[in-house]
Structures are given as C-alpha cells and as structure tokens.
Design a protein around this ligand. Structure first.
Ligand code: HEC
Length: 386
C-alpha cells in the first residue's frame, strides 16, 4: 500500500503487522498515544494483559443480563399476582389469594428466560453488530497470517476525519513490519430486499422442515400420555348406559329420602299427615312474585294460568289435571297442596326436583291467590285502610 492514497477515499482502518506478541504489546501504547482512531488488536490466540493495554472496557453484557433477569422476576411476579389476586381470585388449597410462595417456580423460569434471551440476542445484535455479517478485517490480505503466526494492530476510523496516511506512519513508527489500508466497506442498509428474501426463505424452510418432522414424529411414534390415572379410572358418564346399575342408566336419581345440605326434610309421609304443615313463608309481594314465576314454569302447562285445570297440554298427555278452583281444593289445607307438589299424585309427577322448598311454599301461596281471585267476595274489593 502506498502513502499516496487520495484523502477523499474513505478507509475503515489501517492494519499494522507485527511478528511477535512482545512487539505488538510494545506498539500498543505508542499507537494509542497517537490518538488517530480506535485501537484494536487481532491475534491468533489470547495474549495476557492485552485487554488492559488496549484499555478495553468490561463487557456490558453482565449488567444487561442482571437488569433483564430482575425485570423477568418482577414481570412473572406481577403477572401472577394480577391473575390470582386481582383478576380471578380463587382460593385453592386453602392458600390466600396472592400467596407469593406459589409464584416462585414461574418467577425462576421467567428470570432465566429473560436473562438468557438478553445474553444471546444482546451479544449477537448489540455487541457483535448483527446483521452486519462481514467484518472488514476478515477480508484483509493479512488475515490469513493473523490467524496463524502474525499479530496485527488496527487503527480504526471513528469518524470522517480519519487520516489514513497519518495512521499508517504512526503504525510504522511503532515498529509495524507491514501495513495495509482497509477500504471502508459499503455497508448496505439492514432491510435490503435481498436480506428480507433470505429471512423469509429461511422462515419458510424452517416451517416446512419442522412441519414434516412433527408429522412423521406423531405418525411413527405413539403418543405418550404423561398421566392417565384420572382418565382411565372406573366412572359413570352422564347420558351413557352403564352395566353397574340394574336399570343400565349411568345417571341415577338421588337415593330416596336424600336431603340436600341446607334444606329441610320435606313431606315424606301421607298426604293426610302433611295437612298439619303450616306454610312458613309470609304473604309478601316478593314471595308472591317467586310463587307466580315458579307456577308459570312448573304448573301452568297442566293446570292452566288460572289454575282451573285447563292447561295447554293436549289429550295425548293422558291424565286429567285437577281443577284447583274446585271447592275441594279451595278447602284443602296448605300442607296437602305442598304434599302434592313434593310427591306428585297419580298422573302428576313430583315437582320436588325442580323447585326449592321455598319455591314450593311460594307456589302454595300463589295457588291460594289464584283461588281467591276467581272467587272474590265483596269485602275483597274494599281498600284496606290502616
Ligand atoms: C304434567 C302435568 C302436571 C304438572 C306439571 C302439575 N300437575 Fe298438578 N296435577 C296434575 C294431574 C294430572 C293431577 C290430577 C292427579 C289425580 O288426582 O289424578 C294433578 C293434581 C294436582 C293437585 C291436587 C292433588 C290432590 O290431592 O288431588 C294439586 C294441588 C296440584 N296438582 C298442584 C300442582 C302444582 C302446584 C303444580 C306446580 C308446582 C302442579 N300441580 C304441576 C298434573 C300436573
């Protein structure tokens, strides 16, 4: 390389070649003192003390990993706390919502995730400057000897004002045996169409390969179920036949006399015995509303909206629903109506499974209201005055 290179031609660096590590180490302080550009050394193997001589700062990667790891732990904690204490607070295993001890495994995982991704991607993209694939020094003429038995010191351009001639003289003065000027590479912008095509092609190839691999892996290797204890236990499926019961039904009615938790035992004896039962509910507007709704849902189809036995069922039903307006039923004690609701009567099926105890007694009140509405007396029209 000659010293007559036009100043307009920009260069990336000037490379000085030394034949011993000692010569290189002695040259470093001199070249650094020239202050002409960034000083970088290329050697076939690590040389003790060269980091200090070059004044290399410690890699920032450790700090980045620490910060991102802590961020990962906080993210995992915050996310889990939000889920289990704010958004969907369900008590499981008797632990209070937001028990942080249970979050630790996930926090650990996310910490590792954030930290390793930062280490990997940070190294590749921030520190190794991907996607800048070719380092100019790699294409220098001296490179083949640098990787064998020569030691190179580079003065790299930091800005436009880099003077390659001065750099060249400084390296020679420091004892370089040979010098080489590296032209600045035309560093093409990141998102060239060529680059995008390669990335898309790579993604496509990866999809095809992994798709085929998954296809054949699941085809050739039997699926391994990790835990089948709950899946394979003897059990009864709803709506499915079962050999376990005599009637071969999987679904069974509760055992006779079953009393659900929180409910009182209801009328199980004879209808006459039930006559003594007293309706425990007060006659309030709200109770009548409950009774009216339950009646409309569970009784009206058979007994009619007025309770006169003219429901919307056709003759195909077979039974003749009782006319609840008949004198006989107006004289019925509340308990006998209640008993009919709970136990059913002849063609009338029991309504107990579909009405809570309170709903049954509310229906009784409502039947009374229907009866009185159809058989009103004069005094019923008088407005009650306090
Ligand atoms: C599927 C139709 C049907 C439904 C639903 C029905 N019943 Fe009945 N109910 C009947 C028939 C039929 C009879 C007549 C039974 C008999 O004595 O042969 C009857 C009789 C009665 C009796 C008279 C019982 C007696 O001692 O003779 C009462 C009271 C009664 N029903 C009330 C109700 C109430 C209240 C409901 C709603 C909770 C209701 N029923 C729902 C068909 C029905």
């Amino acid at each position: 390389m000659s010293e007559t290179m036009p100043a307009s031609e920009r260069s990336y660096a000037v490379l000085g070649i030394f034949d011993t590590p000692d010569a290189l180490m002695q040259a470093i302080p001199k070249v650094r003192a020239s202050m002409l550009g960034a000083v970088e050394a290329y050697t076939p193997y690590p040389i003790h003390g060269i980091d200090d001589a070059l004044g290399l700062r410690k890699s920032p990667l450790g700090g980045m990993v620490l910060v991102m790891g802590i961020l990962g732990a906080l993210t995992a904690f915050g996310f889990q706390y939000w889920i289990s204490a704010v958004d969907y607070p369900i008590i499981t295993g008797g632990k209070g919502a937001g028990s942080w001890e249970a979050f630790i495994p996930i926090m650990f995982e996310v910490t590792v995730l954030f930290a390793t991704f930062t280490a990997g991607l940070g190294m590749l993209f921030l520190l190794n400057k991907l996607p800048f694939f070719g380092h100019p020094v790699l294409s220098s003429k001296a490179m083949s000897s640098i990787t064998r038995d020569r030691y190179a010191l580079a003065l790299e351009a930091e800005d436009e004002s880099f003077d390659s001639g001065a750099a060249l003289r400084a390296l020679q003065a420091a004892g370089a045996l040979e010098v080489e000027v590296l032209p600045a590479p035309d560093r093409s912008p990141f998102l060239t169409s060529d680059f995008i095509l390669r990335v898309l092609g790579g993604i496509f190839a990866a999809c095809v390969v992994s798709g085929l691999a998954m296809y054949f892996a699941t085809k050739w290797f039997p699926l391994l179920k990790p835990m089948v204890y709950m899946q394979d236990q003897p059990r009864l499926n709803a709506q499915k036949p079962s050999g376990f019961f005599k009637d071969r039904h999987g679904m069974q009615r509760p055992v006779a006399g079953t009393v659900a938790r929180g409910h009182l035992p209801t009328a199980t004896g004879t209808q006459d015995a039930a006559a003594a039962l007293v309706n425990p509910l007060p006659r309030t507007k709200e109770i009548f509303a409950v009774g009216r709704k339950a009646y409309a849902n569970r009784c009206e189809v058979c007994h009619g909206a007025l309770g006169n036995g003219a429901g919307s069922l056709t003759a195909a039903y077979g039974g003749k629903p009782a006319n609840l307006q008949a004198q006989q039923f107006r004289d019925y004690p509340d308990g006998k109506i209640y008993w009919a609701i709970v136990n059913g009567k002849n063609a009338m099926p029991s309504q107990a499974a579909d009405l809570t105890d309170a709903q049954r007694w509310a229906v009784v009140h409502y039947v009374r209201a229907l009866q009185r509405a159809q058989n009103a007396k004069d005094e019923d029209l008088k407005v009650a005055t306090p």
